[in-house]
Design a protein around this ligand. Structure first.
Ligand SMILES: Cc1cc2nc3c(=O)[nH]c(=O)nc-3n(C[C@H](O)[C@H](O)[C@H](O)COP(=O)(O)OP(=O)(O)OC[C@H]3O[C@@H](n4cnc5c(N)ncnc54)[C@H](O)[C@@H]3O)c2cc1C
Length: 433
């Protein structure tokens, strides 16, 4: 009998799981259950709006979603509209692909002041994620501090300093484009606890910072070593050498005529967010690197700023009914097997690391395990969930509905832009009714 599988979450890991299950050629039906009407997880809501080539990976997922025996229940949140226990009665296997949507905290005084926005929220805001439409960051400040030295930090800094023309062919949310255009931002400090060699930027993202229309990268020549020393893999050694060479090229860039600067600040860690109710600055402690770890030196300095964006990583929320490893911020599992017919893939399984493609092996592993563990299906699957959701008056957005939302977004885009995003669930659903 057909094996019915529910995949909760339609980000990359969810789609790779569906693809792997269908590729087995076995008698398997799969339903993707997604809390938003729109699919693709962080590809829509995380990947920077000016990186459209990266977002195009979703085209492969389109084919997966439209294959025979694949269903899409958009606008259905597990935990709100249907419980995990109910799904267990309806599906032979359940795959958790819900990601890691929360920001890691800095853990310093003042973190709750107005004007501190974790990167998950801030990136969601400029990408039009409905959860963050009302964020309304005040961009009237001249100085922003982004904490972190990875690609998410660089994305946030870049989007803040790009010109309207540079963002014209992107799908940045209109509210964010307007706020950034009107902003007073001149200086963005991107601060890392360790040095330029330890920074986790990929080279393409780093180089981009030297090619912006109205912004220059600023690096202190004194922190750039002559060569990359340390115990790295060959691949990391090459990446670090390329990054060092790029930062040295930054020293040659003529700042004339550019109004904005992104400061690459190394060897400093935040110790306190300053101000009253609202951020007025940040106190930093200088650090040095010992055995690869950053150590405070006891020397402090302040940066006056009106906005702080910690971009120091993500963590998952506990999923109701599933054992959770609080220390690692992931579900408890054995190579993806959670137990009781439940499996985990992607960031909820591995933690928030890696690129889109890093999630593919998880999907393959889960598909193999499901077919190892279950030889015969015995649960009703799709029709049972559809009936329950009708009974509960849930406005399910199926894949044909999503395509209508997609077309409505594309057809209302400004010239050159791929789409004009709906930024509330209400507007997405209204476009259908
Ligand atoms: C800001 C940012 C930028 C990035 N940029 C790049 C990049 O340029 N290139 C690259 O290769 N990688 C990039 N990545 C990494 C990439 O996005 C991740 O590797 C990938 O999205 C993780 O996939 P996932 O499926 O585990 O989680 P997600 O993509 O987060 O998908 C999880 C899905 O589950 C849904 N969901 C959650 N809870 C429920 C529930 N209870 N019920 C139903 N649905 C639920 C969510 O709405 C979401 O759609 C970026 C990541 C971030 C954070």
């Amino acid at each position: 009998m057909t094996i019915n599988v529910a995949v909760i979450g339609s980000g990359p890991s969810g789609f790779y799981t569906v693809e792997a299950l269908k590729k087995t050629g076995q008698d398997v039906r799969v339903d993707l259950i997604e809390r938003l009407p729109t699919p693709f997880g962080l590809i829509r809501g995380g990947v920077a709006p000016d990186h459209q080539t990266t977002k195009k990976v979703a085209r492969v997922y389109e084919k997966t979603a439209q294959a025979d025996g694949v269903g899409y229940f958009g606008n259905v949140e597990v935990g709100r509209d249907v419980s995990l226990e109910e799904l267990k009665d309806m599906y032979d296997a359940i795959v958790l692909a819900v990601g890691a949507p929360r920001d890691r905290k800095l853990g310093i005084p003042g973190e709750d002041k107005t004007g501190v926005f974790g990167s998950a929220d801030f990136v969601g805001w400029y990408n039009g994620h409905p959860d963050f439409t009302e964020l309304k960051p005040d961009l009237s400040t001249e100085t922003v501090v982004v904490i972190g030295n990875g690609n998410v930090a660089i994305d946030a800094a870049r989007v803040l300093v790009k010109t309207e023309a540079e963002m014209a062919e992107t799908d940045i949310a209109e509210h964010a484009a307007a706020a950034i255009k009107a902003s007073a931002i001149k200086d963005v400090y991107m601060v890392g606890r360790r040095g330029p060699i330890e920074a986790k930027f990929t080279n393409v993202e780093l180089r981009e910072m030297g090619k912006l229309e109205n912004s220059v990268p600023v690096v202190d020549a004194g922190v750039l070593p002559d060569s990359v020393e340390g115990e790295w893999s060959d691949r990391d050694q090459r990446l670090k050498e390329r990054n060092l060479a790029t930062m040295k090229e930054f020293l040659e860039i003529d700042p004339a005529g550019k109004e904005k600067r992104v400061h690459f600040s190394f060897y400093a860690k935040p110790v306190e967010i300053l101000g009253g109710e609202t951020v007025e600055g940040i106190r930093m402690e200088r650090t040095r690197v010992e055995d690869g770890r950053s150590v405070g030196t006891g020397e402090f300095f302040d940066i006056a700023c009106g906005l702080v964006i910690p971009a120091i990583g993500y963590y998952s929320e506990p999923f109701p009914g599933v054992p959770f490893d609080d220390a690692k911020g992931i579900v408890l599992h054995e190579d993806g097997r959670v137990g009781d017919g439940v499996y985990a893939v992607g960031w909820i399984k591995r933690g928030p690391t890696g690129v889109i493609g890093s999630n593919k092996p998880d999907g393959e592993t889960a598909a193999t395990q499901i077919l190892e563990d279950i030889s015969q299906g015995s649960k009703p699957g799709h029709e049972a969930l559809a009936a329950l959701l009708v009974e509960r008056n849930v406005r399910v957005v199926d894949y044909a509905d999503w395509k209508k939302i997609d077309e409505a977004e594309a057809s209302s885009a400004r010239a050159g832009a791929p789409r004009r995003k709906f930024v509330t669930v209400e507007d997405m659903v209204k476009a259908l009714d």
